[in-house]
Design a protein around this ligand. Sequence first.
Ligand code: SF4
Length: 387
Amino acid sequence: MKVKSNPAITEQFSIYIHFPFCIKKCNYCDFVSYKFASHDTEQYVHCLTREIELFAEKNFVKGVKIVSIFFGGGTPSLISVKQLTRVFETLNSVFNLSSVKEITLEANPETVNKAKFSEFKKLGINRISMGAQSFNDKTLKILGRVHDSKKIYEAYSILRKVGFFNVNLDLMFSLPEESIEDAISSLKKAIALRPEHISYYSLTIEKGTNFYRNRHNLNLPNQKEEYLQFSKGIKLLESEGYGRYEISNFALNGFESVHNIHYWKNLPYFGFGVSAASFLRRRRSQNYFRISSYCDAVLKQTLPKRSTERLTDLHAKAEHMILGLRMIKGVNKNLYYYRFGTLPDYDFSEKIEFFKKRHLLKENTKYIALTKKGSFIANGIFEEFLP
Ligand code: SF4
């Protein structure tokens, strides 16, 4: 039987735009980012806008409904007002943006100033995601952040004055040299500011980072301490009115991120810029990581793809489960059925039963979700869904 797709589900798209420049590389960071001072950002923005236009020339995009735009990085708050204006002009000339609900820009506290952010707001940015990471100055130094805690307060106050009333603060736990009390103390300071959204996530030591090279000298919390930092943090956030809607994401009612939910629902998105990924009709692609390769391709009128793969049925289903289980609500069985024409209970019956018996997954007529216990070992569970 061929299952018709649900138009309400398939016709919504998001846009991700990567701005790959930072003042300085943080010690834990494995994102694609280059030193701001030593690159020609004008040239990059020129290539970025050309990529968007090229994409529209090669695909019919006028009719698609865009629900969210996310400027990530790198540090997109380093972009100039003129450059961001050009990006918006290009997006507007190519896409129908009348249905966009959320436009997020990631910001480093060091880059926030009143004049620039007032203009960002006028351009349509309506959500700021600021990387605070910690309120402990010693820890911020160890992380290699360019700002201190005072700067976080200053930047936050500017955001409010300028009129941003949908702000996320990123905060990390399981950090070097930090006790449970240190982690919770930072979290309390973040909560005291009453941002609408808090991402509270664990540091991971990724290959290729300064932390990875120096991993044997890092004094990291052990597994039990990490668990306590997380579980106590969740309790605290929930008691302060921040609903946990994804493993590491918490929001005041109504401020859950449209863009992130779109991604976890495994809905399609266009990615533009160095290293940006796109996901369209089971086809996943990723742009070149190097600015020179990216710009060369675009200037030769070709899309700057380093890889494109069409997911197999099995892989697409597994990915849908893994992304959906990240949300506390879980995987919507109806959505799964519209997408694949089968139900998750059928495709993953053994795995689902195995985890349900161990109280790591739970299920009702509409959703399959991680239990609270399951959410602490989510990655281990996700691995089991992979083909
Ligand atoms: S500011 Fe963000 S993207 Fe830039 S180096 Fe630090 S963690 Fe990476």
